[in-house]
Ligand binder design. Sequence first.
Ligand code: SF4
Length: 240
Amino acid sequence: MSFPTGKVNVCQIIQTIQGEGKYAGYPVILIRVCGCNLKCPFCDTKDLMYTANYTTYTPKELAECINHTIKTTGINHLLITGGEPLLYRTELIDFLDICDANFIEIETNGTLLSNKYISFLIHMLRYKQPKIVFNISPKSNNFDNFVFQCRGSFVEYCYKLVVDTNNLDKERNRILAAKKCFTDDPIYLMPMTKPDETIETLVEKLRKLEEFCRDVNLPLTSRLHMFLYDNANETNYSYI
Ligand code: SF4
């Protein structure tokens, strides 16, 4: 897969719900971009994000497609996920500048996010000021690298930490270190899952994690979409 400058490789545009975090349950238009700069062994989207079946859009073409969908569905909450959306960070700003969505969540591993980029985004979108939320899911334990400054602007962020429920004793120190580092910023814990996870296994993991969340005093987030949709068959949500 090549990554042409000025274009975005998109493997999915669907009408669905946000499955995780503060806005879980909200109807969204989801854009899944191709590719990631990391190779996490537990990645549950690698088959989706490295599909041969993707479409390449310019930011203008993508905005036209999404603006049409906003008009026809009435949903103006956009969820941009991947893969890693910030592989396309320049194109993303060009897209957001002409996109009609007024609530945009961007899911990222945080490695390509910086205070400079956030300032640039705020500057470029200063006349529109859509609500923008970065859902940052750090995959390394150097949490200091993932502390950003955007309080008081139209850009929010929260952290979603994936927890291995088979190693909770080991995970405890890591999560407490994150809590110390991220101080007052919202942190959600969610279970590490596989793409073909059964609902029974997911429930079992959530129960273990719920107890852990009470112990470390942090909120649990489910992965609602995994209860509702069959990833393998791509059923129950609507393709656009
Ligand atoms: S950062 Fe996310 S999308 Fe990228 S490889 Fe890791 S789990 Fe997969």
